[in-house]
Design a protein around this ligand. Structure first.
Ligand code: SF4
Ligand code: SF4
Length: 440
């Protein structure tokens, strides 16, 4: 069975209610496990369709005045999609800049990927495409009509996940940073319109120092000078910030929620560019991840949260966990030169996507542990650990068994992501199943 067939099969098995309840599932899953051992992770390619963006986030190079705006030619993106499908990639993301600036083209890319049988199709946005009609029509029914047309367009595509990014839990701070006034209200009014069409967008907080409002001076001083670091104040700010984030998600009407982890270094292809806003010291990171882990537990029974507990286990300990699949199973294609990179951070190109030797790259050892780009880090920690277990049970199993917390978190993640329908943005949350994850 090739991997494309395998994942189609796995999808059907998992999503069949009858299958879920019957004994043959165990047999099927064992069979899948055998196949999984032979192959790698499901391939993922992130295609930066454009660097253009109408927002002005101070932490991002694409929002700067005079930033170079580059867009991949349409035929090139079709070629990338076809290459991905021919090489059994199961996940494709269209990113930017702001992909919705290419609205009609973006819809064609999504349709093309669906026709090519790629199952996990995602795109992300700053929601400027909702803010623009909101600016024109305000709270009037005309705004809902405009969003209904957009939602109909998206519903007609096989898009699986639509991510909306935010910079702060304070609406004023977020909208000022983005220069997108009214965007939060536009999102809140749009979510029910999307939900009617079974589209459940996700929200994604890029963790940064604007978490609950403008960054206080004491925090910057503590970052620059470890002797001035105020651990108690820092922890309190981020605990309240994360709590406010999950509350805001619920208030706005989101059901799928994620975070982008801050990076130890902030350079690279992807355009993140503000050292003080998005970089943290090791001391700060340790507290930040511990707090995130604790707060996340309180909300897993109410929201579908994309950060695996296993990933947070490693992050809170300052360990990396499973080395990154960037450049092996996962790839990034830059809109600047159209070339393929291992990820959005390593600026050494691998070449044209169509020319890459994927079987060879998939066989190579994974060694990079430079950053925690959540697009790669989360699936690696979740699926990568399971794969290591299946591939090397004799050496890996004792390590996991000797570590009851890691073992319990792995089991938790498997149950949790099953209850979340693997974050399927075209299915409503199963509140009954999620309720089982309420904290004791
Ligand atoms: S962070 Fe996103 S929304 Fe902000 S300027 Fe950059 S690409 Fe645009
Ligand atoms: S760990 Fe970071 S820098 Fe290394 S390949 Fe993965 S995403 Fe790229």
């Amino acid at each position: 069975m090739n991997r494309q067939k395998l994942f189609r099969y796995m999808y059907n098995v998992i999503h069949s209610p009858v299958a879920q309840a019957t004994v043959p599932v165990a047999h099927d899953l064992l069979r899948l496990a055998r196949e999984f051992i032979k192959g790698g992770l499901p391939g993922q390619v992130i295609v930066q369709v454009t660097t253009a963006c109408e927002a002005a986030c101070q932490q991002c190079a694409y929002g700067r005045p005079g930033a170079v705006k580059k867009t991949l030619p349409e035929q090139k993106v079709f070629e990338i999609i076809d290459t991905a499908a021919a090489n059994d990639f199961q996940a494709i993301s269209f990113t930017g800049g702001e992909p919705f600036l290419l609205y009609r083209r973006l819809l064609r890319y999504i349709q093309h990927a669906g026709k090519a049988d790629i199952k996990f199709i995602r795109t992300g946005t700053n929601a400027g495409f909702l803010q623009r009609p909101y600016k024109k029509f305000g709270d009037s029914p005309l705004f809902r009509d405009a969003v209904a047309k957009i939602a109909d367009d998206i519903a007609a595509t096989p898009l699986r996940n639509l991510w909306i990014s935010v910079d702060s839990t304070d609406v004023e701070t977020h909208e000022t940073n983005r220069n997108l006034k009214g965007v939060m209200r536009a999102i809140a009014l749009s979510l029910p319109v999307f939900a009617k069409r079974n589209i459940f967008p996700a929200i994604n907080l890029g963790i940064n120092r604007l978490i609950d409002g403008p960054c206080p001076e004491w925090e910057i001083e503590g970052y620059r000078d470890p002797n001035k670091f105020n651990a108690q104040r820092f922890e309190q700010r981020y605990r309240e910030g994360f709590e406010r984030y999950f509350q805001l998600c619920e208030e706005l009407g989101f059901t799928i929620v994620g975070v982008c982890y801050p990076m130890a270094e902030q350079t690279g292809m992807y355009g993140a560019a503000s050292e003080t806003l998005t970089s943290y010291s090791p001391q700060e990171l340790a507290l930040l991840f511990k707090t995130l882990d604790e707060v996340t537990r309180q909300y897993r029974s109410r929201l579908r949260i994309s950060s695996p507990s296993t990933a947070l286990y490693h992050l809170t300990r300052g360990e990396f966990g499973v080395p990154c699949s960037g450049g092996h199973d996962y790839f990034f294609i830059s809109a600047v030169d159209g070339l393929t990179y291992p990820c959005g951070y390593i600026d050494k190109p691998l070449g044209e996507f169509k020319d890459l030797d994927f079987p060879k790259l998939r066989k190579e050892n994974r060694t990079c542990t430079r950053c925690h780009w959540e697009c790669f880090y989360d699936p690696d920690q979740l699926v990568g650990t399971v794969r290591q277990l299946l591939a090397h049970p004799v050496s890996v199993m004792p390590k996991v068994m000797r570590n009851p917390e890691l073992r319990d978190r792995l089991l938790f993640d498997m149950r949790y992501f099953l209850a979340c329908d693997f974050l399927d943005g075209r299915r409503p949350p199963n509140c009954e199943k999620l309720a089982r994850f309420a904290p004791p």
